[in-house]
Write a protein that binds this ligand. Structure first.
Ligand code: NAD
Ligand code: UD1
Length: 337
């Protein structure tokens, strides 16, 4: 029995593949490499010393998916494949709806045709929209504020509807907070295309000399130091959360949703300080205007995942910064060309 990992060459997918292989799972990976490199797959094999099938292909290719389900003995699916850049989703919404929503529907249809009814889906804290009441609980009000977020909400709803129609499905929706860091070996990590949009990859590229200085997007928010607060979570903790979710699927849980966060918020200034503490590198920064669409504060109540999955984030922001730096300093150009 194997786990099909869609988007397994990507940032969170590659780290999860390592942890799944270490936990003894057989895996099959499908990725169209639209936002990742084959080198990541090679390094997952190198790190674990284990081989697995990698299929370069798109989840919107039904014939290919059917072939994979027929060829391999797939028990469950971990579904990472999707586009994730918020700004880009505003410029090219149809590409996002087609890739993420149509792609997911085609995957679920193929699962149904082939009798595979166990899935873990990568949702996001973005489904809480501009919620004000913290910490965010799984039953906090939902509301997406951009096309990317809407694709996540739509896919969550589609999966809930599938369950209503056929309750032999088992579906776990994982809402990730802010994934950062890298495998401690520095062999795999996040390799964004072009100039990073997100804080931590930006900081690490300033540290390695690829970018001049960090722009801190606003210091006039209603927070202790005026900069936005987020719940940063180490990608290895996130990967472990998927191993726990797969174990949970074996208990026939129906459809369940879990926040994967640390429960602890850190401000932009605290992350700059943590990076300096972990690496000795002071990041030059400048305060600029607010970025449209940023919520002042966002952090999880992760207690449901602790209670029901036996999962709790173990790594702190110093670990996140240190491991990010190990990856970035050893791979200044990511996986290269
Ligand atoms: P990523 O871009 O590194 O990985 C996604 C992978 O999916 C890439 O390797 C890409 O090539 C592949 N892919 C995209 N569309 C595909 C398609 N149609 N067919 C086959 N492969 C396809 O992103 P990530 O950070 O690893 O995120 C993984 C998942 O987690 C995504 O669904 C993302 O929306 C979600 N998520 C990410 C974050 C984050 O901050 N990184 C936060 C919350 C949720
Ligand atoms: C962003 C997305 C969110 C997505 C999340 C995934 C937006 C508006 N939101 O969230 O939908 O789920 O990534 O990780 O894009 N910052 C700077 N300077 C920078 C970059 C960021 O000051 O160069 C600040 C931001 O204003 C924010 C914090 O750092 O306060 C974190 O930013 P980021 O890493 O982009 O994550 P989110 O804003 O949480």
């Amino acid at each position: 029995m194997a786990v099909l990992v869609t988007g397994g060459a990507g940032y969170i997918g590659s780290h999860t593949c390592v942890q799944l292989l270490e936990a003894g799972y057989d895996i099959v990976v499908i990725d169209n490499l639209s936002n990742s490199k084959m080198e990541a797959v090679r390094r997952v094999k190198e790190l674990t010393g284990k081989d697995f099938a990698f299929i370069k292909g798109d989840i919107r290719d039904s014939a290919l998916l059917d072939e994979i389900f027929r060829k391999y003995d797939i028990e469950s699916v971990v579904h990472f494949a999707g586009l994730k850049a918020v700004g880009e989703s505003v410029s090219v919404p149809l590409r996002y709806y087609h890739n993420n929503v149509t792609g997911s529907i085609m995957l679920f249809e193929s699962m149904q045709r082939n009798g595979v009814k166990n899935i873990v889906f990568s949702s996001s804290a973005t489904v809480y929209g501009m919620a004000e009441k913290m910490p965010l609980r799984e039953d906090s009000p939902l509301g997406a504020v951009n096309p990317y977020g809407r694709t996540k909400l739509m896919i969550e709803d589609i999966l809930r509807d599938i369950y209503v129609s056929d309750n032999s499905w088992n579906i776990i929706l994982l809402r990730y907070f802010n994934p950062v860091g890298a495998h401690p070996s520095g062999r795999i990590g996040e390799d964004p295309n072009g100039i990073p949009n997100n804080l931590m990859p930006y900081i690490s590229q300033v540290a390695v000399g690829k970018l001049k200085e960090l722009s801190v997007f606003g210091n006039d928010y209603p927070t202790p130091d005026g900069t936005c607060i987020r719940d940063y979570i180490h990608v290895m903790d996130l990967a472990d959360g998927h191993v726990k979710a797969l174990e949970k699927l074996r208990e026939d849980p129906g459809v369940v949703v879990y926040n994967l966060g640390t429960g602890k918020g850190s401000s932009v200034m605290e992350m700059i300080a943590a990076f300096a503490e972990a690496t000795g590198i002071k990041i030059p920064y400048r305060i600029t205007g607010r970025r449209p669409g940023d919520a002042p504060v966002s952090y999880a109540d992760p207690s449901k995942a602790e209670k029901e999955l036996g999962w709790k984030a173990k790594r702190d922001i110093i670990d996140m910064c240190r491991d990010l730096w190990t990856w970035q300093s050893q791979n200044p150009d990511g996986y290269g060309d």
